[in-house]
Design a protein around this ligand. Structure first.
Ligand SMILES: [Zn+2]
Ligand SMILES: [Zn+2]
Length: 308
């Protein structure tokens, strides 16, 4: 049976008694402590070393967006978790609109009917449960996590600026990193702005901001970089020319409950499709993206059906 290293998973390298890392990880950690400029570099080198030469150094990431908690589709999320358990990703990117903040949307202010039973508490409780479940499903190979705010998280920032709410500014009780314990979970927080992105190899991952018919082409034209976004709830792929390589924009789907009151704004008929993405990144920076789309709560990958 293979040894299980906490950094690089199954490995043929031996593990000292009472330790959780293989010898290579321990040694390279010692060596790279002074040189490595970031945790990402350090852990990547460790992983690459453990796997070489018999196991690939490719890293796998799960990218989810547009969950709109607490107005999410619980069954769809459970199906995604089933798959995450099998994938054992090295990283997770929470790519915007994970939380909905319907309860503080300016569109609803003053409407007692719409706000009946809508509570901040549900957002925080279910947001924490969502992160707990993802981290648990990912397992012991998980070493990187990123949270990019989307336009729905921006509702909180705008609400804080509204009238007397400024007294809650800088208050952990009204902040996403504070209430979702992002730091304790090891999740890098990128607050809402045009710079809320993470770069995995040669691919940028950000929430996106245009909801046009040809959103993938529009984002590629604007960002001029290979990119993976969410936001539109409607998966697309568009390739465009680039100097060394063609560039590409992927749009992943949503995991919201379309029957929820908060999703009322989706006009019928629409092109909303549930889904998420798997990103594989090579040491060279080359990447490949799989857009998974859920139909009736199910999807197929690698010959397996999830959500049966
Ligand atoms: Zn959304
Ligand atoms: Zn959005």
């Amino acid at each position: 049976m293979k040894n299980i290293c906490k950094n690089c998973g199954p490995t043929s390298i031996s593990i000292r008694k009472g330790r959780k890392e293989c010898k290579n990880c321990e040694n390279s950690k010692r060596r790279s402590k002074k040189n490595a400029s970031s945790i990402g570099v350090k852990t990547f080198l460790q992983a690459a070393k453990c796997f070489a030469p018999s196991v690939s150094s490719t890293k796998f990431y799960t990218v989810v967006s547009d969950v709109h908690i607490p107005h999410h589709d619980k069954e769809a999320v459970t199906t995604v978790l089933e798959y995450v358990k099998d994938l054992r990703p090295h990283g997770i990117v929470y790519n915007g609109d994970i939380l909905d903040f319907y309860e503080i949307s300016r569109f609803n202010s003053g409407s007692l009917k719409k706000l009946e039973n809508q509570r901040f508490k549900d957002t925080w409780d279910q947001g924490n449960a969502f992160l707990d479940n993802f981290m648990k499903a990912a397992g012991n190979r998980l070493e990187e996590q990123y949270w990019n705010d989307g336009n729905h998280e921006d509702r909180l920032a705008r609400w804080i600026e509204h009238e007397g709410n400024g007294v809650f500014a800088d208050d952990e009780a009204f902040s996403i990193p504070g209430r979702l314990k992002l730091k304790e979970r090891g999740i890098t927080y990128n607050p809402v702005s045009d710079k809320a992105y993470v770069k995995l190899g040669h691919l940028l991952i950000t929430h996106g901001r245009f909801a046009t018919k040809y959103s993938a082409a529009k984002h590629l034209d604007t960002y001029r970089h290979s990119i993976l976004i969410g936001h539109t709830h409607s998966p697309q792929v568009f390739f465009g020319p680039g100097f060394l390589h063609p560039q590409v924009c992927y749009v992943s789907g949503h995991l919201a409950d379309t029957k929820s009151v908060a999703m009322d704004y989706s006009s019928e008929p629409n092109a909303w499709v549930q889904g998420f993405a798997t990103v594989a990144v090579k040491k060279s920076g080359n990447f490949s993206v799989q857009l998974h789309t859920l139909w009736d709560g199910q999807f197929e990958v690698g010959g397996t059906t999830y959500g049966e």
